[in-house]
Ligand binder design. Sequence first.
Ligand code: SF4
Ligand code: SF4
Length: 372
Amino acid sequence: MRALPQLEAQRTSLETCVFCPKLCRSACPVSNAEPRETLTPWGKMTHAWMAAHGDVPVDRSHAAPAWACTSCYACREACDHKNVVADTLLEARDALARKGVAPDGATRVIAGFAKHDVETRVATRELAFHPGVDAASSEGLLIGCSYVRAAPREARDAIEAASAIAGKKVALAEGCCGLPLLLAGDREGFARHARAFAASVERYERVTVVDAGCALTLRRRYESAGISLRPAIELLVERAARALGAMRPVPYTAGPVRWHDPCQLGRGLGVYEAPRAVLERALGRAPDEFLEHREWSACSGAGGLLPSTMPEVAAGIAQARVDAHVREGAGRLVTACASSLLALRRNASASGIAVDDLVTWLARGFGNPGPL
Ligand code: SF4
Ligand code: SF4
């Protein structure tokens, strides 16, 4: 690994793919949307391996495939070795970004992160007037930057649901968890930011997290970066599933209500039952399913910074998921991740499909009843 010695630690993972007959090739949403051999999991890992070996130049063109990944973990499910391609590619992103060959979209994310964090804090403070919020509470709530900045209705629903489930007011954890830096290829910047974020939530007894991407970051990626968190980290949907007895039905009889397993919640954190239990309690019946569901759920294209580095491919992946929803009977589409909510909503609006976040159902079931 003379050209990128940092990737020596990833040698086994990289070489497992390089010498593999591409058993996962049909699993990858990116190479399915943009059918190029380079964009299959095998192609991305082989490019990183060849760049590390000095077999191809370390330039932008050879670096780009490392960012052509939504971190959806679908290839891991299809892989006999359970090779975690997404995490190895994050290490490759960092090694390549250090050489100055990250794609423009990733460089912009790194350069704009401080502003993004400040804007997230400002947007979070605007929610502090919600009656479910008390800044002095020991019950922390991390809503997630994409909800706070781009889905304010769902952010308010999250406060309503979290305070009702906790039985007390919540304090809002401010700022971004730092995941965009890691996805862009700035591992050091991520670790620096994560240490500051960990210190900012130290006073809480517990932090309930709404977005699965943030939860996976706090539970796993902080630990990998050697950062420990004092409060317990809980997912809102899991707390809701433990409190189902207190949840009112949310009547809806106008057609199917189909659950989309977000990649970070399902394959990332292994949480498949809790959202289904919540929807079943709300509807009085099991939610409708995609043909591709649970471990085999299709990605919405919104993860891994793909919308920043390959926006058209990301939109194509989201459209394919919406098309599958329409083909399989349409109705309401429900997810539990801000990135997939926004991507699916953007692509579903032309078909008149309503896309909800599960927090809205939780707010109606645990908080004030009202229309979806
Ligand atoms: S993830 Fe597994 S199946 Fe896919 S190319 Fe790598 S080793 Fe092969
Ligand atoms: S994690 Fe998902 S997007 Fe990334 S290479 Fe694997 S299947 Fe493709």
